[in-house]
Design a protein around this ligand. Sequence first.
Ligand SMILES: [Zn+2]
Length: 423
Amino acid sequence: MTDKFSPSVRRILAERAGQRCSNPNCGRPTSGPSDNGAGGSTVLGKACHITAASDGGPRFDSSLTNEQRAHPNNGIWLCATCADRVDKNENVAMFPVELLRCWKEFHESLTGTDHASIQNRRVYPLRQLKIVDFAGVRGQANMTFGALTSVLGSSRLSHTVGELLNLFSSHEEFKRTRQPPSEAYEEEIDRISLPDERPWVVTVKHDPPRVFTNRGRVRLKLSDNREFIITAKRTGAALSLGDSPIPVFSPAISTIVVGKPLDSNSSPLKAPEQRLARYFGISDAELRSCIEGSPTDESVFGYEYDFNSEALLVRIGKSGYQSLDSLSGGERSRVLIDLGSRVARYRAKVGPIVFLVDQHRISIDRQGWAQMLNWLEQTRPPFQTVVDMWERPSQWSLARTLCYEVIGTDMEVSSFQITPLNL
Ligand SMILES: [Zn+2]
């Protein structure tokens, strides 16, 4: 049922939404100039009921009182088009209560962040990623980021999101993306030339080579409204900040990436804590500060650490302290996530940071994933998190997470579709 709210409730909902549609795939303004040239304005938005105003309407909840049904908490602001789709009984399966609540909370958090001080905006630095004919994606795929966003799908496209964010954050990743892998590409240039007819190849360790198309565009919108764009043409690829070209490669975002294994082969002489520091791109002393400076209850998995002796020791459950090298692969992966979140919290003190977790490359069981995602949702840490997933955890309830499912066959297609996750 639409528009049975009082005028004051409608106004509150519209203003809380910043006069934009709350559907994250839409987001269009719901007010603007009237088109009759008379100098007036017009509102095309609607206040939609999350659960119906009366029996027989979509998502009716008999347990609510009439006051609760008429309260702003039971409303969501949408554009006329989205409202018409949401407000039909036959579409209830597509727009369940949980999804609408997720949209509303997410949209209000974005609006609140835009409305807030610049300092607050820095907590969630990523706003939107738009991929156009790039990296194997045909057509256009959009995704909007929240405090915690997960990209689901067995498709390699979901893996691509993490990889693209890596491109924006790491010179090394970008260099690896450049073609051809057989030629030296140490020199720093403003424009990368791409030989005709040759595809881009990403050579990621332990992964099959990735073939990127040699055209297309990726736009990354940040919460301070800056927009980084990678434009790839047959003749080369360029990076720009809005309309201005910038040197390749200027990192656009700072990330802490947990995904690649803690590789012991490449540096057999280094102690595990030194490898850890290098893994997160910080110094040994900084790693020590991160660990010693964080209260125990900030641990994702309830792990305890001891850095008093020379080596870093971990205490899991009720067992005694163990060295990192004595842990199983799964335990070591959990330690990486745990410490990654501490490093992200530490780095967030000086600048915005995105915590990227790549399920594709890290081995953790389903319970471990559910635990991590619930922790992120409940703790609301001072950094933004993006999780690339190809398998759903068996148990979680993520009311505040924006989950995207990748639609399509492997890299052939693409779009992201928001999906409610109350499994
Ligand atoms: Zn809309």
